[in-house]
Design a protein around this ligand. Sequence first.
Ligand SMILES: Nc1nc2c(ncn2[C@@H]2O[C@H](COP(=O)(O)OP(=O)(O)O)[C@@H](O)[C@H]2O)c(=O)[nH]1
Ligand SMILES: [Mg+2]
Length: 432
Amino acid sequence: MNNDSIFALSSGHGKSGVAVIRISGQDLYDTFTTFVSKTEIKNRCAYFTNLCDTNGDLIDQCLAIYFPAPHSFTGEDVIELHTHGAPAVINKVFEYLSTLGMRMATPGEFSRRAFYNNKMDLADVDGLAALLDAQTDMQRKHALRSMMGFDSKIYNAWRNKMVEISAYAAAILDYSPDDLPANIGDTVRNSAEQLYTEISQALSQYRNARSIRGGINIVLAGQTNVGKSSIFNYMVGTNRAIVSDIAGTTRDVVSSTIDIDGFMVNLSDTAGIRETDDTIESIGIERTKSEIENADIIIHVYTPDSISATNISNNEIIVINKSDTIETQDIPNAIYTSAKSGNGMDTLMNTLRQKIHELFDGSESTVSVNARTKSLLESAQQDLASAINAGENYDIFAEHTRRASDAIGKILGTITASEVMDMTFGQLCLGK
Ligand SMILES: Nc1nc2c(ncn2[C@@H]2O[C@H](COP(=O)(O)OP(=O)(O)O)[C@@H](O)[C@H]2O)c(=O)[nH]1
Ligand SMILES: [Mg+2]
């Protein structure tokens, strides 16, 4: 790993009041004293200074803070410059830092250094990446938990247990039972089963974790002309989808992102499903079908005269729209709405809210599984299954539990393959 001095803009791009430029490297004390024109400085204190280039020309008035190693984000010496946010200022500072022999950081390089200096493990880095992407409150909460080491704690506990039972299994082969704890065979097998259950639980939450990270997919489905597009527009709060009494108006899937109780929701309006000779509408109907397959929740829209007896599945909400055209609302478990008058729309929103909580609450009780960690958890799960199946074959048990512990080690980055590292840090932007 290089340990030359690197710099990057850590705040957002574009015009802003203040820009934060971060520098990381070794022995930045002297550099800092030139920035603030002082011989003696206090750590982690903000200095107001006239930052000048090598010719003594003023670049900007800014704040400068020195974080000596190892108490910094990267674990190296870090300097933060809080300058005015103008692109011209930022460019000038970059130019100046380059003349001092520093270079622009590559994306994720700060976090990479933090990782090598044991400031973060890969599960924490995943959390940081998710936090930087967070748009809703629930995404923020989940990501923050991972970033602050909640996931790592669980992974470390699993890994330690696996190493321990692998070692005991190996010991059963080498030592006489008198030298080992009583019933050690049963103890290690029970532990393997317990680990298997916990990992399976985490994996079963993968879909939920993905939905929280990428948005919960909710689809409006039903026959043509029942009012799907009208309801969609009502929920989204704009006239995104075209509403008309001509059947087959909506031919493509129209989607919009909304925030419901901090959950990010991708709401999709679809083409009504019907027999049609229209090629484009047929494509739309095919897309509708795949959209429904991928949906976390389906809002099935009917009209009073088109409702037929249905079995409601757990992820489905039945809506009878155009309730303004009838007198009695007598179908239980259905929500009567009128996209025209707005009647019942709040009931629909509340039901949706409840459904989201019902399906997604509690997914924060286990580790947050992403695409990278999923395959490693699956291989740990398989090895644990093989260990459990090994019965009294303790050499096989020891080998598989050791492999399972390696898989978890890869999640944390304790055991690394370079592609894993590149993938993890590559998801971060410049300046992190
Ligand atoms: N009376 C009445 N008409 C509605 C209601 N919702 C939609 N419509 C009308 O029904 C027709 C079809 O609506 P649209 O939203 O395009 O249905 P979609 O084909 O399911 O997307 C339009 O003429 C709408 O104005 C409603 O609640 N009451
Ligand atoms: Mg429509």
